[in-house]
Write a protein that binds this ligand. Structure first.
Ligand code: DGT
Ligand code: CA
Ligand code: CA
Ligand code: ZN
Length: 578
């Protein structure tokens, strides 16, 4: 983990614990802001001296000293003190949307609740509605929020699992006995949430020592099983990791087997059986004489079954085996196909980095273009104005020259409860690109929500619908709307749907992407970056697109600038009819 992430986590925890213990809200906010700033800061924190730390926005002298203390001693004394005061289970309750630190403090002080089971019991007994400032509605909302959290179960977001897995893979790869190492399972298939992490290593000499090393790594909290070829551990963060060690000669068969999905493997094994073959994690064998046909290389196994290699992101038994048999596998979009990011924020609204830094970062990614899409005024907390937008626009030509990347001027509009948008149509027409998103009134009826989205899609100046379902993994369910009606309208009006790559959004998800494709919708894979480092999230958006069978040509931000501009300008000449 980057030292910035560790530090941000400590600051956020400090903020949470001060809030729960009823401390100064000003201090809470300032630690929260500092946590976000540190996480998004491009330079490695460990490389900065005290002045360098203070130069980070929202980090003052006081916070800088805390960060230095953390670096020197490995902990922050003030945080340790709070740990001793606040029951461990209480902080976990903060993760429940709608509870928040104030109410967590209240339920702890007034009802003695400091864990999820206690909270569920209090909900069951209808105790919460009687607390000051609550009532039946708050109680019902809390119950609903908890149900939503439980639906995600113990699964973690893809990005969290990938960070841990890449760290472990790098550590194990350093062992001389390990000749190959990779992650398999749902992680290799890049599902949006991951149950547990499956690692596969090849080692011909002393595999036991690889296991020994794995089970005693510093980030291991508990060992669930420790065997000669398979071990399972739980990390200090509560994540289960399985490691299997196999001989290099069966690497391909084992990788194929442990990548899954189970449903895909069942289909593949059926094919084998029909051909008089037997497939297992040890290889592909002929049934009659037991002859081994393939095992070292994954692609060989598919080839021996008469199939092209099937990309892991497709292995869900959603038609990929039939498509492979017919030689009709899609030519999937790849990260290297992305020519620009069309959804980026700056510190003019709620981003952390300035305009120049964001554009420079997009240029460093090798993009040919990017769009700056700061929030529009309807989100009142963003304090956007027409003048600010125009001033921002005036700086773009110079940035385009300086960084050698075309900077489009956009905005992320808010789709109001009635489907209306920010600003007047004349002003809207002056932007290069407009993203429109739902940011409020999530609880509308299906009819209202459908009408609302259709209104935005029908608006001739709206190019992209941002994070269309507004879901937040484990925190907010998707909004409810008539998916087919919305996708049909998007296809007809040439309005792209966003595949938002931000790790806790991944919105729309793979199933919806697939369904939108069937309607002929085109997509924009965007990061919704609020900091320089967020541009790297593009890989998660591309993974969702691949899982939805999307080819590069169906993604508007793979297109050359000229074609993109034609798409964006398409309906600008016909004035809105409302
Ligand atoms: P997850 O961990 O819930 O996100 O999903 P997976 O797909 O990683 O599932 P996991 O960890 O239970 O197993 C990893 C892979 O191992 C799975 O994708 C396919 C393979 N596998 C595990 N159990 C079976 C089984 O009973 N039959 C078959 N064919 N494959 C299995
Ligand atoms: Ca797994
Ligand atoms: Ca597993
Ligand atoms: Zn948004």
């Amino acid at each position: 983990m980057r030292s910035n992430d560790t530090a941000a986590e400590a600051l956020q925890e400090l903020a949470d614990l001060i809030a729960i213990s009823g401390g100064d809200p000003y201090r809470v906010r300032s630690y929260e802001k500092a946590a976000r700033a540190v996480a998004g800061w491009p330079a490695d924190l460990d490389s900065l001296d005290r002045n360098g730390l203070i130069a980070i926005p929202a980090v003052g002298a006081h916070t800088a000293d805390k960060l230095l203390e953390l670096r020197k001693t490995g902990h922050i004394a003030a945080l340790e003190e709070l740990h001793a005061q606040v029951p461990a289970g209480l902080r976990a309750l903060l993760g429940i949307p709608g509870l928040g630190p104030k109410r967590a403090h209240q339920v702890y002080v007034e009802l003695g609740i400091s864990s999820m089971p206690q909270l569920l019991a209090a909900l069951h007994d209808e105790q919460l509605r009687h607390l000051k400032g609550w009532g039946q509605i708050s109680e019902r909302n809390l119950a609903r929020a908890i149900r939503q959290m439980q639906e995600v179960g113990g699964r973690m977001p893809l990005a969290v699992a990938l960070d841990i897995a890449e760290d472990l893979v790098a550590q194990l790869a350093a062992l001389p006995q390990v000749t190959r190492i990779d992650y398999a399972g749902s992680l290799r298939r890049m599902r949006d949430t991951i149950g547990d992490i499956d690692l596969l290593a090849a080692a011909d000499e002393d595999p036991g020592s690889v296991m020994e090393h794995f089970c005693t790594m510093p980030l291991v909290d508990r060992v669930l099983a420790h065997g000669p070829t398979k071990s399972s551990v739980v990390t200090t963060k509560g994540v289960q990791v399985d490691l299997r060690v196999v001989p290099a000669a069966v690497w391909g068969a084992a990788l194929q087997y442990f990548t899954g999905s189970k449903a895909h493997n069942i289909r593949i094994r059926e094919l084998a059986v029909h051909a008089g073959l037997k497939l297992s994690e040890y290889g592909l064998f002929r049934v009659d004489d037991g002859q081994l046909l393939a095992s070292a290389d994954e692609a060989d196994i598919y080839a021996r079954l008469g199939l092209p290699w099937i990309p892991p992101t497709l292995r869900e038994d959603r038609g990929e085996v039939e498509a492979a048999l017919d030689d009709q596998l899609p030519d999937l979009v790849e990260v290297t196909d992305i020519a620009g990011d069309l959804h980026m924020h700056t510190d003019l609204t709620d981003g952390l980095a300035g305009l120049d830094d964001m554009v420079a970062a997009a240029a460093r990614h090798g993009y040919r273009y990017c769009a700056i899409t700061d929030h529009a005024p309807m989100m009142a907390m963003q304090r956007m104005t027409r003048d600010k937008a125009l001033h921002q626009r005036s700086k773009l030509p110079e940035l385009t020259r300086r960084h050698g990347i075309t900077v489009l001027h956009g905005s992320e509009l808010n789709i109001g409860a009635d489907g209306s948008l920010d600003w007047d149509d004349q002003f809207l027409a002056s932007f290069d690109v407009l993203v429109a998103s739902v940011h409020s009134d999530f609880d509308q009826s299906r009819e209202e929500m459908t009408k609302r989205l259709l209104a935005a899609i029908e608006h001739p100046y709206v190019n992209i619908i941002g994070h269309p379902t507004t879901r937040l993994l484990g925190r907010r369910p998707p909004i409810d709307f008539d998916v087919d009606a919305v996708f049909k309208a998007a296809a007809r009006t040439h309005t792209a749907l966003e595949i938002n790559a931000f790790p806790d959004r991944l919105d729309i998800n793979d199933d919806l992407v697939r369904r939108a494709r069937d309607h002929g919708v085109v997509f924009a894979i965007d990061t919704d970056s609020h900091a320089v480092g967020h541009l790297d999230y593009i890989r998660y958006g591309v993974a969702v697109a691949q899982r939805g069978w999307v080819a590069a040509d169906e993604v508007i931000n793979t297109w050359p600038l000229k074609r993109l501009r034609r798409f964006l300008a398409k309906r600008r000449h016909c004035p809105p009819t409302h």
